[in-house]
Design a protein around this ligand. Structure first.
Ligand SMILES: Nc1ncnc2c1ncn2[C@@H]1O[C@H](COP(=O)(O)OP(=O)(O)OP(=O)(O)O)[C@@H](O)[C@H]1O
Ligand SMILES: [Mg+2]
Length: 264
């Protein structure tokens, strides 16, 4: 059995009088991919950002988040890469994308700028940006939404984090582009053996990208099991309702996302 990467124990989060996370406990193993699903407002982003150490100052937390596999406190951007729903929120519009990726590398991996730019071009290539060397000099607005999200993924992976937290990284994109970005992310996570927390509304996507699925309902973790357990034998009424809305879900026949040719 692989090593435990992360332990969350009785984690609660409050905003003023509103408790948005009831005591939540679970573990993530090294290299495991966990999908976190639940309706809007159920606390998915709150839980993901609590783990990333990126909650806003008005959030009051209690309980424990322990990174058992790390010898030190995790650093967001270094040990934990984060991809947000809106790529415009993670990319600086005034800075060339190559510099944004290279900056992460210089800061966290202490390389020279020349080395970091070279590495940035490789990362751009990995996320399938054509002419990556030239495109390092472009600004975010010169890319499509899907391209920007792929660049945000490159930036999140630039410091070689062990954990990737992706908070609905495809929700702001249209359907075809969504599939492409999800497939690309899936390939990178598998190839690098990353531990991943993937937040989504979409139980079909969750079943394709993750090993286990956790279901949050009104701030409570009401279900946590392997994809097979959750899909074939859901325990909670909310999960059953969620599955009922996905009658066409045929996850066994389609364990991987379909291949899409070309760069979108
Ligand atoms: N910064 C904040 N200040 C006050 N309340 C907040 C803040 N962020 C979130 N909340 C509240 O916490 C609850 C959980 O929000 P959260 O963003 O975690 O939900 P979510 O499951 O990610 O929803 P969505 O699917 O819409 O992204 C909501 O009631 C929300 O209004
Ligand atoms: Mg959210």
């Amino acid at each position: 059995m692989s090593e435990v990467f992360l332990v969350v124990e009785d984690l609660t989060v409050r905003y003023g009088a509103q408790q948005v996370l009831q005591p939540v406990s679970f573990e993530l193993k090294q290299g495991e991919r966990l999908a976190l699903i639940g309706e809007s407002g159920s606390g998915k982003t709150t839980l993901a950002m609590a783990i990333a150490g990126l909650l806003p100052a008005n959030a009051k937390t209690a309980g424990t988040i322990r990174f058992s596999a790390l010898a030190h406190e995790p650093r967001a951007g270094r040990d934990i890469g984060v991809v947000f729903q809106d790529p415009d929120g993670s990319l600086d519009p005034m800075m060339r994308v190559g510099d944004q990726i290279a900056e992460v590398i210089v800061k966290h991996l202490k390389t020279s700028w020349a080395e970091a730019r070279q590495r940035a071009a490789e990362l751009m290539q990995q996320v399938q940006i054509a002419d990556s060397q030239q495109r390092l000099r472009s600004y975010p607005h010169e890319f499509s939404g899907g391209q920007k999200q792929r660049i945000a993924i490159a930036a999140a992976l630039a410091a070689e984090p062990q954990l990737l937290i992706a908070d609905e990284p495809t929700s702001a994109l249209d359907t075809v582009v969504q599939n492409h970005v999800a497939q690309l992310l899936d390939g990178l996570v598998r190839a690098q053996g990353l531990t991943m927390l993937f937040v989504t509304h979409d139980i079909a996507l969750a079943s394709q990208l993750a090993d286990r699925i956790a279901v949050l309902y009104r701030g409570r973790l009401v279900e946590l099991g392997t994809v097979e357990q959750v899909i074939t034998a859901p325990q909670h009424d909310y999960t059953k309702a969620l599955l009922a809305t996905h009658i066409g879900l045929d996850w066994e026949k389609q364990p991987h996302l379909p291949e899409i040719d070309g760069v979108l």
